[in-house]
Design a binder for this molecule. Structure first.
Ligand code: CUA
Length: 159
């Protein structure tokens, strides 16, 4: 029985190790302390910095800034002044999603990818993924946030 117990433990540790180190499933980081230079470079709270931003000097390297509120994801506006509902990113891009919320806790999950984090008032959370597979992905809120929770969605298109 000791070997079965020990073997089970070893099996779970191996599964955990594969998920963490090979598949890259990481818990989202919570930036309670923010590097001031980084904030200046991509201050996510400035209207003009919301949405998709190309990282200077990077190749297919992007930051997506989002501010959630009940029941919407704010990615800013496009050049024509229309509200952005869909983020378009080239396949193979490395994308850092970083976001916060104006009111209550919201979720931010790009369904079908490893991008999954909470958005919490007063904190900036971030998660980095590489988007290799073209397609349209739905961003869903997976934290119950009120009566419109089920309508809180947006989209990412990888082309
Ligand atoms: Cu926002 Cu649920």
């Amino acid at each position: 029985w000791m070997f079965i117990g020990g073997g089970t433990l070893l099996f779970f540790l191996i599964v955990l190790g594969i998920g963490a180190f090979i598949q890259g499933a990481q818990p989202p980081s919570c930036l309670t302390v923010i590097d001031p230079q980084r904030v200046e470079a991509h201050d996510p709270f400035k209207e003009e910095n919301l949405g998709l931003q190309e990282v200077e000097g990077g190749d297919l390297d992007y930051v997506v800034n989002v501010v959630a509120s009940a029941f919407n994801y704010d990615f800013g506006k496009d050049e024509e002044g229309n509200v952005v509902r869909k983020i378009r990113i080239p396949a193979g891009s490395k994308v850092m999603f970083q976001g916060t919320t104006k009111d209550v806790v919201h979720g931010f999950q790009v369904a079908g990818t490893n991008a999954n984090m909470m958005l919490e008032p007063g904190y900036i959370n971030q998660v980095e993924v590489t988007l290799d597979n073209p397609g349209v992905y739905t961003i869903v809120c997976n934290e119950y946030c009120g009566t419109g929770h089920q309508f809180m969605t947006a989209q990412v298109e990888v082309y």
